[in-house]
Design a protein. Structure first.
Length: 131
């Protein structure tokens, strides 16, 4: 279960696979290093990705890093709304595409009856088509 105390086990990876751990740490540092995109924005992006992948450890780590880099609670809240919209938008669009694809399949096969299921179910891949 999720518990930030588990992060203490992360050091054990460094002991068991020191070269891989060093490479990961270097990659991580390089990814968030200040460049064309300031660190604060890189960390906000990382929080957004972590919310999408639903990694509680990554969310917590990158949220704290974003705050250290100057991100405000308002910026974090706005970023969460953007992430939510992107996820919901994709589900809505994907559901509509599946509906169009199902309609096309039915029309091509000469069948005409398509039973629509509420969009939230369609976007999860469920669409009833009667043949």
């Amino acid at each position: 279960m999720y518990d930030m105390k588990n992060m203490a086990k992360f050091a054990r990876i460094g002991e068991l696979a020191p070269e891989a751990f060093k490479a990961f740490a270097a990659f991580d540092a390089a990814a968030v290093k200040a460049g064309a995109i300031p660190v604060k924005y890189k960390e906000l992006i990382a929080v957004g990705v972590a919310l999408t992948t639903q990694c509680p450890y990554c969310i917590e780590i990158h949220k704290n890093n974003a705050k250290k880099a100057g991100a405000t609670e308002q910026e974090l809240a706005e970023m969460r709304r953007v992430v939510r919209e992107a996820i919901e938008g994709q589900m809505h669009f994907e559901g509509r595409l599946r509906g169009v694809e199902a309609d096309a399949l039915v029309l091509e096969s000469g069948r005409t009856k398509v039973t629509r299921i509420p969009l939230d179910n369609v976007s999860r891949g469920r669409l009833a088509v009667e043949f």
